[in-house]
Design a protein around this ligand. Structure first.
Ligand code: MGD
Ligand code: MGD
Ligand code: MO
Length: 767
């Protein structure tokens, strides 16, 4: 037996190797708060649901592309050799390019892939397809798509949502009150893109608590904060945060607690916002009483909290989930306006920052060194859609949509190439996606496991896990760079994405351009050396590559001073203006107003979500569905592994239902329930709890989609995937981000006899 360090999005861990297998795992000694998810690694790597060899859908193999209708996922696969598979893939790529041009290839390939930054599947799809002449790509992300577009207009960049935000030490030392919209769930803070050597975020929260910082969690779910934080819980109706924030603003105005000097020096457009808040422009004062009806929070509590904010050094924070909703731009913009009115932006421990509770490492003190990474190059086609509009793209070729003051016209897609992502996990309204997925002639997927996306492809190429190849892991939100030496031989006939693409590039005549003469080990060393060079700019000397590889990791020292978001701007707004048209915080944006979008006007406004408790649909679907991040896996990764399997209720994803809502529906703990609306339905296992407010149900994302019948829109999902129910519509014409959190559903006891079944192994028949 031997023991080696490895790394994943859930952090570094030690792997015990036995008989060529990953036998057990234990925490990395430098991690103050290791994630339990590593426990799922052995069962995931050696799962029966691994794709063992290249596979082609039978009808595709027999009749070629074009023979699509209702077959993907329903037809058996035929195993083929790697040679045959690679021939077929390169032939199809060549054909589509010749007949329709590169704009008929969709290579956005959104997805988290591996923590290994070199054999990073999504980056490699891009590098490969860009080298082939380009593809239709995706811009922004599912995590904070609306904010990515909004924030540059308002505060001149995305730092407030992507980081760096104000450091935790600055909060520990200075903050008196931290308001957590959406809470700060520990499970979310144990994940970092690219992994973490040390999950610092939970520890910083504890330090802040010990220093006497008061926390208020505004969220429909009590468990969005750990009990140990001692946060005051303010349950809020989902989607109502903007109304609440406007009422905070109203309270400050009528009590003359607004920092007018700050607004005068650092912002533009306050007066128009103020007139709206006071009701001068629309006749509705956004008072605490007004917001009380919308949010379900007592008016006195609203005004009381607003005054507490004005009395003390306050950090306003909101999770990313708030903007993954209909009009998701509004709560963020309103919170920025509120922060400006409090006048603490740019002060130690004050102002605002998004995502402290969303992911590990937001606020981790860190020098701005760069992590080793694979280079994708540039897309010669320059064509991209907003990330979450992918079903639209496939369904509506030729359609033009508004996006951030411009328009995007959807090309006609013939071929889809996906590696490192799982659209049948991440995309909203799966029944609509099933329709969309029927349109392209060819779908090629590299996957490790038989996810629903692999299952519904034409050609499936088996990829290695990150533990079956050399790589390096690091994140811009963590101070460690971790060597990821190959732990075990590839499982089955799996190959590394890098080798698959190098080979394909060879078939298509651009291998040299793709590899630049490097194998994967060569790239790791090259990328590390690039980081080493760049680190010197920040006075950080990283060890030589050979030493790094031998030691297994490097830890970059912490910075000497606290970082304060907008600190420079605050100190001197003339010398350090924001990158906005005015150089200031734009509470009113002439640019956005100029776009003329009703669903995102020139200043923050209250616009009820389309699916909302008083909407017409609520008569039939009265419950608000929260589909948040899962505690037992990373998105859909590790669903077919130990922790996630153990968390299921009779094989299905647990759904949290308030006991009162359950009682009126005669639902008991452990019952199988059908969750449904006009878009679709899934089965789930009922868990009754007072942790979720009345009128709200919570079903985590990531249960593998397992319909009764594949390729059949409207088919019941047996496993509990919330994207059967979510809305596939952009947040607004500005951000066009995903709006998963705005969905109404009904839940009923399921009396049918449907077995949860073995979700894990699809019926793959040879021949
Ligand atoms: N309803 C709802 N939906 C949501 C969200 C929500 O809050 N609610 N959240 C959204 C958000 S924020 C995100 S980021 C997305 C996440 O969506 P995704 O990033 O698509 O989710 P993952 O499950 O991480 O998908 C990664 C896939 O890559 C595969 N993979 C891993 N390593 C490798 C590799 O080395 N090579 C190859 N070829 N494949 C590999 C995994 O098996 C997995 O299937 O989901 C979004 N969807
Ligand atoms: N364990 C685990 N952690 C993860 C991930 C994972 O897959 N697993 N994924 C990572 C990724 S890719 C991302 S983008 C981040 C996402 O980070 P977030 O977007 O912050 O995470 P979520 O879990 O979707 O949402 C957090 C909480 O917001 C609350 N919420 C939802 N709607 C509303 C609302 O309208 N108002 C208020 N006030 N609260 C609301 C819900 O109760 C929910 O539990 O998480 C990261 N962390
Ligand atoms: Mo995300």
């Amino acid at each position: 037996m031997s023991r080696r360090l490895s790394h994943a999005h859930w952090g570094a861990f030690e792997a015990d190797l036995k008989n060529g297998r990953i036998d057990a795992v234990s925490p990395f000694s430098h991690d103050s708060h290791p994630s339990a998810l590593a426990q799922s690694v052995p069962s995931a790597v050696h799962a029966a649901s691994r794709v063992a060899q290249p596979m082609v859908r039978k009808g595709y193999l027999l009749r070629g592309p074009g023979d699509v209708s209702r077959r993907r996922g329903a037809e058996p696969f035929v195993p083929v050799s790697w040679d045959e598979a690679l021939q077929l893939v390169s032939q199809q790529l060549r054909n589509v390019k010749e007949e329709h041009g590169n704009k008929a290839i969709f290579g956005g390939s959104y997805g988290w892939s591996s923590a290994g930054r070199i054999n990073h599947a999504r980056t490699l799809v891009h590098r490969f397809l860009y080298g082939f002449g380009g593809c239709v790509d995706q811009v922004t992300n599912y995590s904070w798509g609306a904010a990515a577009v909004l924030l540059p207009h308002i505060v001149g960049g995305i730092e407030a949502v992507a980081g760096p935000v104000t450091d935790w030490p600055s909060i520990v030392k200075n903050t008196k009150l931290m308001v957590l919209f959406g809470g700060a769930a520990e499970k979310n803070m144990l994940i970092t893109t690219g992994g973490a050597g040390n999950h610092e975020s939970p520890g910083w929260l504890k330090q802040a608590r010990d220093a006497g910082v008061e926390f208020v969690s505004i969220s429909p779910l009590k468990r969005d904060c750990s009990d140990w934080l001692g946060a005051e819980w303010l349950p809020i109706r989902p989607g109502a945060d903007t109304a609440l924030i406007l009422a905070f603003a109203h309270t400050l105005i009528v009590n003359e607690r607004v920092d007018l000097a700050f607004l005068d020096r650092y912002t533009v457009g306050y007066e128009r916002f103020r007139d709206y808040v006071l009701g001068f422009t629309d006749g509705t004062p956004k008072s605490a009483a007004w917001a009380s009806g919308l949010t379900g929070i007592d008016a006195a509590r609203i005004s009381g909290l607003a005054l507490r904010m004005a009395d003390a050094r306050t950090m306003l924070s909101a999770t990313w989930s708030l903007q993954r909703a209909d009009h998701g731009e509004q709560p963020y913009w309103a919170l920025i306006a509120l922060g400006a009115m409090l006048g603490q932006v740019g002060l130690p421990g004050g102002g605002f920052g998004f995502g402290y509770g969303s992911i590990n490492g937001m606020g981790t003190p860190r020098r701005p060194t760069s992590s080793p990474a694979m280079e994708s190059g540039k897309n010669p086609l320059g064509l991209a859609i907003p990330v979450a509009r992918m079903a639209d793209l496939l369904l509506q070729p030729g359609r033009t949509i508004p996006f951030n003051g411009n328009t995007v016209t959807y090309p006609d897609i013939k071929l889809v190439y996906w590696a490192g992502g799982n659209p049948f996990h991440h995309h909203q309204d799966i029944n609509r996606l099933v329709e969309a997925w029927n349109r392209p002639e060819t779908i090629i997927v590299h996957e490790v496991w038989w996810t629903a996306t692999a299952r519904q492809a034409d050609i499936v190429l088996p990829a290695t896990t990150t533990f079956e190849r050399d790589d390096v892991g690091a994140s811009p939100r963590d101070r460690f760079i971790v060597a990821m030496p190959q732990l075990i031989e590839p499982v089955g006939q799996a190959r590394n994405d890098y080798d698959i693409f190098s080979n394909l590039a060879g078939h298509l005549g651009f291998r040299e351009q793709f590899t630049e003469g490097r194998d994967i080990r060569g790239w790791i060393e090259y990328a590390y050396d690039q980081s080493r060079l760049k680190a010197r700019v920040h006075n950080v000397e990283l060890p030589e590559f050979s030493r790094f590889w031998r030691d297994g990791f490097v830890e970059v020292p912490s910075p000497e001073e606290d970082f304060i978001l907008f600190g420079d701007f605050r100190a001197d707004p003339v010398a350090n203006p924001l990158r906005t048209p005015s150089g200031r915080i734009e509470i009113f944006s002439e640019t956005i107003a100029g776009f003329g979008y009703d669903n995102c006007p020139g200043h923050p406004v209250w616009l009820p979500p389309k699916e909302w408790h008083s909407a017409k649909a609520a008569a039939r679907f009265p419950l608000h569905l929260i589909s948040n991040q899962p505690s037992t896996r990373l998105h859909s990764q590790l669903d077919d592994a130990k922790l996630s399997r153990e968390s299921k209720v009779a094989g299905r994803e647990p759904i949290l239902i308030n006991s009162i809502d359950a009682a009126s529906r005669r639902i008991e703990n452990g019952d199988t329930v059908r969750v449904f609306n006009d878009r679709g339905a899934c089965l789930a296992g009922a868990v009754l709890s007072g942790d979720v407010m009345e009128g709200v149900v919570q079903l985590a994302s990531g249960a593998w989609y397992h319909p009764e019948a594949y390729a059949t829109p409207g088919s019941l999902d047996l496993h509990g995937n919330p994207n059967m129910l979510t809305r596939d519509e952009g947040t607004s014409f500005l951000g066009q981000g995903p709006s998963a959190q705005s969905a109404l559903v009904e839940v009923e006891r399921f009396l049918g006899e449907r077995q949860a079944g073995d979700f894990q192994m699809p019926q793959v028949k040879a021949g």
